[in-house]
Design a binder for this molecule. Structure first.
Ligand SMILES: CC(=O)SCCNC(=O)CCNC(=O)[C@H](O)C(C)(C)COP(=O)(O)OP(=O)(O)OC[C@H]1O[C@@H](n2cnc3c(N)ncnc32)[C@H](O)[C@@H]1OP(=O)(O)O
Length: 205
């Protein structure tokens, strides 16, 4: 029997998730709050809003939230969890994940990403294309590690932070909650909560 996966969020990010899901043998169904203004994404029809999905829900349904904004992704994931949806972890077949790494539910891991031994990744994270999460890193819930980011060993990134595309973080650095690391940055000092930094070396802005 074909497995079905509901994707909440008909976005560019959602397209990548749909592609991965189909490679893993799922058929996909999109829901998005822009419905009915928006009725399809590429060739995939949008079935309804998130509220429609919750109203329809009778049996356990596998779901992934495909929303790039960390705050909104958190809200949708928590809403779906409260309504007993089965939040799955989706990993591209070409991602490399250590058997000693721990990845919480609702996280997606894209092609070429590497998550090394004893790394821990929280709930509802995005480990984007070709990101490297080295050994012993800890990533908080609802954080986005963008494409081509390199986190060296033992880096801690808090919850709902966004590590911008192509950034690199020196080993054993701690980045707080709700931080934004600008694209192409080099982080060599700890970053407190709620701070935007960018540049090489990255400094607060
Ligand atoms: C699959 C995907 O697409 S995943 C998504 C990947 N996207 C990212 O990683 C984007 C991360 N975002 C960024 O890097 C953004 O540039 C931010 C959030 C750091 C800043 O955005 P904004 O506040 O809109 O800043 P804005 O673009 O107006 O630039 C302000 C100034 O900072 C500079 N600046 C902005 N970002 C950076 C950066 N990452 N590194 C160095 N300088 C930067 C700009 O050149 C500009 O300088 P100027 O005032 O001398 O002209």
């Amino acid at each position: 029997m074909t497995k079905e996966l509901v994707i909440v969020g008909a976005s560019g990010h959602g397209k990548v998730i749909a592609d991965i899901a189909e490679q893993l043998g799922f058929t996909v169904k999109f829901y998005d709050d822009a419905y009915p203004t928006k009725t399809n994404i590429e060739h995939w029809p949008i079935q309804g809003t998130c509220a429609d999905l919750i109203a329809l829900h009778t049996t356990p349904i596998d779901v992934v939230v495909a929303i790039g904004n960390n705050e909104i992704r958190q809200q949708k994931i928590q809403l779906l969890q409260q309504n007993s949806f089965n939040l799955i972890t989706l990993t591209h077949p070409a991602a490399v994940i250590s058997k000693y790494a721990v990845i919480a539910q609702g996280t997606v891991v894209f092609a070429g990403a590497i998550i090394n031994a004893f790394a821990k990744v929280g709930v509802g994270c995005i480990i984007n294309t070709s990101a490297v999460v080295e050994h012993d890193c800890t990533i908080g819930d609802f954080t986005h590690i963008c494409p081509n980011v390199a986190l060296a060993g033992g880096v801690i990134v808090g919850s709902k932070s966004w590590v911008g595309i192509g950034s690199q973080v020196r080993q054993l650095i701690t980045i707080g909650d709700n931080c934004l690391i600008g694209a192409g940055s080099t982080v060599v000092k700890n970053i407190p909560n709620n701070v935007t930094v960018f540049g090489s070396p990255a400094v607060p802005r």
